[in-house]
Design a protein around this ligand. Sequence first.
Ligand code: ADE
Length: 265
Amino acid sequence: MIKFTVLTLFPEMFAPVQESILKRAQANELINIELIDFRDYAVSKHKNVDDVPYGGGAGMVLKPEPLYAAVRDLPSAQGQRRIILLTPQGQVFNQERAKDWSHADELVFLCGHYEGFDERIRYLADEEVSLGDFVLTGGELAAMVMIDAVARLIPGVLGERASSEEDSHSAGLLEYPQYTRPPVFEEMEVPEVLLSGHHARIESWRRKESLRRTFLKRPDLIRNMEFLPDDYPLLEELAKEHPEIKEERLRWEHLKPKPKRNRRK
Ligand code: ADE
């Protein structure tokens, strides 16, 4: 059981994580999502959570007291708790971070809203994380995306048979193309190898297509990956099929295990 605790001024925004797979995961007690409206911790009579910035300027700034009080009022953690501040200034979220977080016992998301937050709020957090290089109106949508990405890695959440192991990005490569019936649809044919029942050939085809997709669509992902020994012949074939990926080829040439020199007699 992993617990997601969200500190937000807009708990009603979280309808998307109460549906479908995450709804079932909560019913099965594989995950728990708790939403805390930190306006409840506002000190003033009017329950203000924001104020004008010192030094002047446009917009309002989230006050520190309500968030500090809300964090201090969390029940004591059962295991490893990580407090995450959502901000476009944070490290960009990715699959690796989702995997890392999936081993925690509790993830606490602090969602800012308004134009900014008091700098002292940063000290509450163990890490600052961004959904991407763009600015949202608040951290809520980012928190929901991250909860979804982490929850589906918890064993059982995707169901008995499904696995998150083979996903796009999981092995550092994009997923291979998938097909189902019919074998021919509007003159578009399913690749013959997939109908062959030849398991080893299918595996090799899938690996090659994953490599091809990644080279063509996301060459930036290739730069950080380690190839398997069986990849090299596939990479050679791809190099012939796609002269345009020549530049990347230099890199896999460099990584290739050095052939043992033939001793001449
Ligand atoms: N709040 C505003 N923009 C954000 C972003 N890109 N990621 C996370 N939280 C945010």
